[in-house]
Design a protein around this ligand. Structure first.
Ligand SMILES: Cc1ncc(COP(=O)(O)O)c(C=O)c1O
Length: 401
């Protein structure tokens, strides 16, 4: 028997499955109301328009769109991303943008570009598992920073930076999802954003700002969402995506980095895939040009706002007195903390039997805490199903406590 393990790299030997994806692929079938999957609702996909656009791309631009393309991505789409970034208040240029196969590829490339084995990446407690896996695969040492209702707790961030410094560990980056965070639903308070950028300058690290939910706000207070990249683009690698505002199957997203780093990312990407799908990018570019993203945003925001409302209302009606939950002002997720003695992972099989599913919170914590927490996504179920599902979940929580 060949010992493949012996042939593997350190990375190959320590690969970890994404616990959340493993779980969500099993859920959402049959009678189970699922708050597990964190994906957009397919009801928001503009199917008819995309059918027409895809046909046009082949008919009118097929010779180009079905060919290999530049590693950085389509220049037409890069130009429109530059203006999107400027609308978000971030100084941008084509030299700063790389189009990627979803933000997930951006997270992987950036992690591999920055991290040596043992370098520290600070991550939020809890954090997006796709992000922490990318950093883990680059052999980073992950250290969690606490969050409260206003996102990252600055005192804890300073403590972690000072502790790493005292231990002689190199902190290379802070990975943060400042708007409507996956998984907690909280947003980073405006006044903390400037301070985090100051800390990045003082302690000489980069900020990985993962912002796929920027446009999915439920109120108009735009200033609250000011990207960290707007405060100092030299210190921030910013990622965003068309997944939540158009369709994740198109796997089209972007990284904005200081141009010197963007050039390095381009080289790394060339070795990974030559380029992302030219065809997908052509579809997205045409969809953007036709206003298909911009014009549909008000409808998409309202679509998810109604679902968030349904979940909050049902929780207020049914939740046990010792439960607490976040009140997201955008995005797909709400975070729930239940009685200390409840282990959300152990309770899940019973919940599924009772016809409701969620994601236990623990896999989102790099320090393995959070056994009595859970993530509830309101993106995929109808408001009626949300009301029924929350009633089922809460009745279970009442009897489990
Ligand atoms: C915070 C965060 N980052 C990145 C991604 C990946 O997005 P994409 O579809 O662009 O790869 C997701 C998807 O759920 C996410 O929630």
């Amino acid at each position: 028997m060949t010992d493949y393990d012996e042939m593997l790299s350190t990375v190959g030997r320590h690969l970890r499955p994404n616990e959340i994806r493993k779980l969500t692929s099993l859920l959402g079938r049959g009678e189970v109301i699922s708050f597990a999957a964190g994906a957009p609702s397919a009801e928001t996909f503009p199917l008819a328009e995309l059918t027409e656009i895809a046909a046009r791309v082949v008919r009118e631009h097929g010779k180009f769109a079905l060919q290999y393309g530049p590693t950085k991505g389509s220049s037409t789409l890069i130009d429109s991303v530059v203006s999107t970034m400027q609308k978000r208040g971030v100084h941008s240029s084509a030299a700063a943008i790389i189009l990627t196969t979803g933000s997930q590829q951006g997270l992987d490339l950036v992690s591999r570009l920055l991290m040596n084995a043992g370098d520290v990446a600070l991550v939020e407690l809890p954090s997006y598992v796709g992000g922490t896996i990318a950093l883990h695969n680059a052999q980073a040492r992950l250290i969690g920073v606490r969050q409260d209702q206003g996102g990252l707790v600055l005192a804890d961030l300073r403590d972690k930076l000072e502790a790493a410094q005292a231990a002689g560990q190199r902190v290379k980056c802070l990975y943060t999802i400042p708007n409507f965070q996956n998984p907690s639903g909280v947003s980073l308070a405006l006044e903390r954003r400037a301070e985090i950028v100051r800390l990045a300058e003082a302690f000489d690290f980069l900020i990985l700002e993962d912002d796929p939910y920027f446009e999915l706000y439920f109120d108009e207070d735009r200033a609250q969402r000011t990207p960290l990249a707007a405060l100092n683009p030299e210190r921030v690698i910013y990622l965003s995506s068309f997944s939540k505002v158009l369709a994740p199957g198109l796997r089209t997203a972007w990284v904005q980095a200081p141009p010197a780093l963007a050039a390095k990312l381009e080289l790394l990407k060339e070795g990974a895939d030559l380029s992302s799908s030219v065809f997908d990018q052509a579809i997205v570019a045409l969809a953007v040009r036709e206003g298909l993203v911009e014009n549909r945003l008000p409808m998409i925001r309202e679509f998810y706002r109604v679902r968030r409302e349904a979940m909050l209302t049902a929780l207020e009606q049914h939740a046990p007195p010792n439960a607490r939950w976040t009140k997201p002002t955008g995005g797909f997720f709400l975070w729930m903390e239940v009685a200390k003695e409840i282990d959300a992972k152990k309770l899940l099989p019973t919940a599924i039997e009772s016809g409701v599913a969620y994601v236990p919170g623990q896999p989102f914590f790099v320090d393995d805490s959070g056994a009595n927490t859970l993530r509830l996504a309101y993106s995929k179920e109808t408001p009626e199903a949300i009301a029924t599902g929350i009633a089922r979940l809460c009745s279970l929580l009442h009897s489990a406590a």
